[in-house]
Design a protein around this ligand. Sequence first.
Ligand SMILES: [Ca+2]
Ligand SMILES: [Ca+2]
Length: 422
Amino acid sequence: MKIKQIICLVLCLAMLLCTACQKTDSSMFSSTQSTATIPTTSNVDPSITTSSDTSTPTDSSTSATQSTTSIDFERMYGLKSLESVGYTCYKDIPNGDAQYEITEVLNDKGQDLKISCDYAFDSSDIKIDGLIVTVPAKYKASHKSAKGTVTHRLSGITLDFELKFATNYKLVFEDEFEGDTLNTDVWADIWDTGLEHEIRDDYSYGYVKENVFVDGKGHLVNRVKALSEKNKDGKPIYTSSLISTENGFESRYGYYEMSAIPHLTTGLWGAFWILAGDMDDDDAPEDNTTKNGVEIDIFETLMSKNAVRHALFWDGYGWFKVGDEWVTKTQGHGVMAPETPEIFDGKFHKFALQWTPTDFIFLVDDQVTYRWTGTDGCDKPGYMLISSHVNSEGTGELLLKPGEYTDMIVDYVRVYSSDDKY
Ligand SMILES: [Ca+2]
Ligand SMILES: [Ca+2]
């Protein structure tokens, strides 16, 4: 009897010890913030415990056994909680949709889990595709923010956040080009360079006032023409056009939009662009930043490429001569937008820039075609330019015969500022 009692006591102690161990394990994994229940897998990770749950379905006389697994996300991933959601404005079209891009979802250890999360908003009008949140114009007009919830997909850990709408636009410039004359109060600079502004091997050209005018039907015409006469070398002469708001209007930050039918010709580009800060200063410091000045080419048409080009240049033009050649010390970055042959279908298209304190976002027909960050934005105001540039480099051949011309037709230019200063 004594031996049996001792064996029984040892067995009881062993069972008690085992139960205590399970309790210790179970309490380690029981934090509601850091555990989740998922169907059993063959995973034998030490961070995983399994348990059996027998339940009786209400609509069936048979019982079902469901095996579940709890994962310690804190031990596996260091994940205790989500701490913050970062986002940036992807695009914001005045009177149109706004889009925001989720840029980070940080956990308590500063790790970015944004691609492992699901997102939901308090209104079904707000949609999310990947990491891009689309807020319809109607919602944005009546709200200052959207309330969202981010859920870490594996752990089920959630965090509520508020997506505050960044931009409060006001229309600060509008030219619909009505009437019979160009408003030279704002388009205060009209180039008139004479015919030999640029002399090249194959041709010469200059900017002339008569090539830019309002047509009486609500449009600005920006013309390139092949003259009948030849230059002194017997080569073609072209005339072109450039107007700007230098000394007429300048602003910074906001949304700039031009509606235009581009030139339907190769061998040149029509352009809508901005010159800001010290870009036009040859002595601009070579600090490799756009912060103190930038040329922003909202678009340049390249029919030969079936696309438009977006480009930025900074640190001043700094033209200097090497032998007979003028060269520039400017820094720059350009990109071809995706091919969009429909731009050259003879109808009006919208070319736009969203200029924020940190980003330059380029849009064609309301779609973001390019965005540039990383050179410190630009906090200096700039003026706008509309021009046509004769150039055979990369644009293909200019096929105008003597006496022929090609027009870029502009329906309007509108500027919506997001800066209280302007
Ligand atoms: Ca600079
Ligand atoms: Ca118009």
